[in-house]
Design a protein around this ligand. Sequence first.
Ligand SMILES: *Cc1c(COP(=O)(O)O)cnc(C)c1O
Length: 412
Amino acid sequence: MIPTRADLAALDALDELAPLRALFTLPEGVIYLDGNSLGALPRATAGRVAEVVRAEWGQGLIRSWNDAGWMAMPGRVGDKIARLVGAAAGAVVVGDSTSVNIFKLLGAALAGRPGRRVIVSEARNFPTDLYIAEGLAALLERGHRLRLVEDAGIVDAIDDDVAVVMLTHVNYHTGAMHDMAAVTAAAQAKGALVLWDLAHSAGAVPVDLGGCDADLAVGCGYKFLNGGPGAPAFLYVAPRLQEAMRYPLTGWLGHAAPFAFEPGYRPAPGIAQAMVGTPPVISLAALEVGVDIALQAPMAAVRAKSVRQTGLFATLLAERCGGWGFTLASPADPARGGSQVCLAHDEAYPIMQALIGRGVIGDFRAPDIMRFGITPLYTRFVDLWDAAEALAAVMEGGEWRNPRHGVRRAVT
Ligand SMILES: *Cc1c(COP(=O)(O)O)cnc(C)c1O
């Protein structure tokens, strides 16, 4: 049965996560369905950043590296993120971008499997992951190559020549989710390492790196963790692997004694070896606010709401917008997907622009995907009803045909 708006309002009234919405600043008149690309602004962020800038930097000056705990921030925020992804304390550190962290972990993984030449990934993986692998293989000049396969063929593509399997847990384009435990076990049985990209997973879906005995992972700070534009990323290395890792970026903060200022590199113990340069303190402070909110929400409740919302939204879209040539590109069974709903349409770009013009913000992913992120911390059930109505209005009125909606901007 197709739910009514009143049915959805009733779900909001019963939603145990509903109070968390008040922790975010969301503009009036906007339905924000792009938290999988840039998370919303927590109310506490501006105050915390102002405090770091005015008091810790302005008054404390360089003393704050010690007195305000700045130097400990990458590990402290890393330990908090570890709790969100089922990792032990000391297994996660925050810093650099996701792209750079992929370079660091992939480089160390290839160094750790010297006889093997292949990196397995998916053709539909997020491009930066593939570009980094390509660049690293060219730099190493040891005949490494990328073997790109379809989702279903991953396990079959892992043979004795595979050094590392690099996958995004929840696909950015389709929202499809891999079985982390099964792929990890299959790869390890063949002697390969697995590098998981958690960009669309951390804070959005249950992740149990420890329970899966995962090897390596990276993830993004500005999506479901609400750390702000360009927030630092995180990386995870299983404690059993940490001492043997040899990263291709050997900066002073990954040194055993940074302030000994020795001329030669000696690796730091533990996860600290994965650090490179000076931590981005102001960005880390903003990220910590977002992570602290995520820690308040029980993941089982987040996942239950996300599955329910993605399923309901797909149903409402099919019901209200079924006649206009959209096809559902995210998994039909929400339990098999992440926290997003994707529609494919030949005119996806102008349609999304027209929808944004009505205050319903999703995004476009080339060549033909309209992507809607569901963030259970602040997405209401009625928002989904209203968003489906807005899309129906855009189609009914032919609004998207206005030429101004077809003008491609730099960021889509
Ligand atoms: C968003 C995203 C990234 C972003 O990488 P940056 O280095 O932060 O630009 C990387 N990988 C995946 C899978 C993503 O979804």
